[in-house]
Design a protein around this ligand. Sequence first.
Ligand SMILES: Nc1ncnc2c1ncn2[C@@H]1O[C@H](COP(=O)(O)OP(=O)(O)OP(=O)(O)O)[C@@H](O)[C@H]1O
Length: 234
Amino acid sequence: MSDATEPDQDCLLEARSIGRQTSAGECLVRDLSLKVHPGDRIAIVGPTGSGKSLFLRSLAMLDEIQAGDILFQNAPVADKDLPAYRSQVVYLQQRPVLIEGTVESNLKFALQFHINQDKSNNVDAVLELLSSFERPNGFLKRKSSALSGGEGQIVALLRALILAPQILLMDEPTSGLDPQTTRQFEQIIQQWLETSNQRPAFVWITHDHTQAERVATQIMTFPAGTLAPVPTTA
Ligand SMILES: Nc1ncnc2c1ncn2[C@@H]1O[C@H](COP(=O)(O)OP(=O)(O)OP(=O)(O)O)[C@@H](O)[C@H]1O
């Protein structure tokens, strides 16, 4: 019989009974728990305003939580460990924020930081992912300011993947994209999962249930935060 207090050795990221409140003490979300293991593909769905983004930002340790705990590899994350945490648990928001300069300088931006210095080897693999998709000649040399919204989001995704994260947290990353770019985005994620040798995981907020069923193996439904496997179609 397993001991309920025994640590789950394989667990990468755990949210335990997360609660969020406004500064006036009004409850925004309560008692949300999730465990992310290597290889997990988790979609979060739920109505507008049900707390999905608040929860994901809590997992990314971007906001303070008012109740509960976030554990990475079964331990709380100290402030001094946040840079290392953010190079392993990478957050991708709905609207890409790119720096001025070329696509290439955006892709390599995070590599200048000491914490990411050993990640330069990932560049070739990520450029390989990019080469699978038709892009205009000289795409890497294009100015970020001249990219379409969809191209910008693909660049933001590739920039995240260069960090070879263990977990990718995505907040409606394809909501502004056309169907073709959405599929390209999903295919890049798929190829990343298949080619990485470290069994990365993702948590992906989407309003599109068919997308959730296409990309994920488990779906967390808000506001209750219940987690269930995606039903397999016979
Ligand atoms: N900083 C904040 N202060 C006060 N209320 C907030 C704050 N951030 C979010 N909220 C409120 O908390 C609720 C949940 O917001 P959240 O953005 O997590 O919803 P969501 O489920 O992601 O919605 P959507 O699907 O529209 O993106 C909303 O009612 C929102 O207005």
